[in-house]
Design a binder for this molecule. Structure first.
Ligand code: B1M
Length: 212
């Protein structure tokens, strides 16, 4: 693999956003394909950070700066990828449910999903069920992903699941849930399609739904 792609991966892991952006531009100028820069430079680095995060070798701040560096690199590539007709792997509607303002974990989920090449429409925090549904229809999404950090707002996930089942999205979108108080058995009890305990696992599961 080209040395510059290794450098992109290394600087991304170190969270050096301006350097990553500069190297991505340099790689483009050297004639390396945008797809190769994305897969073997940016995503390779993000996958390493994701693995370390899962194993508690790095923590939230490191993941946030690495994700920021990845986003800087992607700003250079995005127009080229679209022009080259590289299809995004699928769209995810993501948000923290109604009544809940915690967004740090949700933001990590977003970054990890983007790191897998998924398009994420982030509705933010305090998102009512109707907004998840409207956005999924508008963006032709494959997944609705809900985060909740409070035992008092977990129940809102059932409202989202019920609303999807009663809409014409039923059977067309998968509903993923997560957040500190959420468990596998809770997810099953409300009829969600998937529970994952952390952002890395959420991104892997979302990708598997999108490429299935
Ligand atoms: Co709040 N808060 N908070 N808080 N807060 C908790 C959650 C709490 C456990 C603290 C405690 O009492 N020990 C407690 C909840 C208790 C409960 O319900 N059982 C609590 C409370 C009570 C409250 C308030 C009610 C306090 C008050 O006002 N009296 C209030 C509620 C406001 C509201 O939402 N309506 C409140 C407010 C706040 C702040 C605004 C101050 C701030 C949030 C800032 C922000 O998010 N921008 C805050 C914070 C920071 C916390 C703690 C300290 C940290 C949460 C966090 O960001 N963790 C938290 C205590 C704790 O967890 N130690 C606490 C780091 C983050 C990376 O983890 O979000 O769990 P987490 O995300 C993980 C996984 O859960 C998972 O992936 C991430 C990691 O990979 N994940 C998903 C998350 N979403 C996922 C979705 C998926 C899959 C995985 O698929 C879709």
């Amino acid at each position: 693999m080209s040395e510059i792609l290794n450098e992109i991966s290394t600087y991304l892991q170190a969270g050096k956003a301006p350097k990553v952006k500069e190297l991505v531009q340099q790689a483009v100028d050297e004639g390396i394909s945008p797809q190769e820069i994305l897969e073997d430079g940016l995503l390779a680095g993000m996958n390493i950070i994701g693995g370390k995060f899962k194993n508690n070798e790095v923590f939230v701040p490191e993941v946030l700066v690495a994700a920021r560096a990845m986003n800087k690199g992607i700003t250079v590539l995005r127009p080229l990828l679209v022009a080259a007709g590289v299809e995004e792997k699928g769209t995810v509607i993501l948000g923290t449910v109604k009544g809940d303002l915690h967004d740090i974990g949700k933001n990590l989920v977003r970054m990890m999903m983007e790191g897998k090449g998924l398009k994420v429409v982030d509705l933010g925090v305090d998102v009512p069920a109707s907004a998840f549904i409207d956005a999924a229809k508008e963006h032709n999404a494959k997944i609705i992903a809900c985060s909740a950090l409070l035992t008092t707002t977990m129940g809102e996930m059932k409202t989202v699941v019920d609303a999807v089942h009663q809409s014409d999205l039923n059977g067309k979108v998968k509903i993923m849930v997560g957040g500190a108080p959420v468990t596998e058995s809770f997810a099953e009890s409300i009829g969600a399609d998937c529970y994952t305990p952390d952002a890395t696992a959420a991104a892997a599961a979302a990708l598997s739904f999108c490429v299935a």
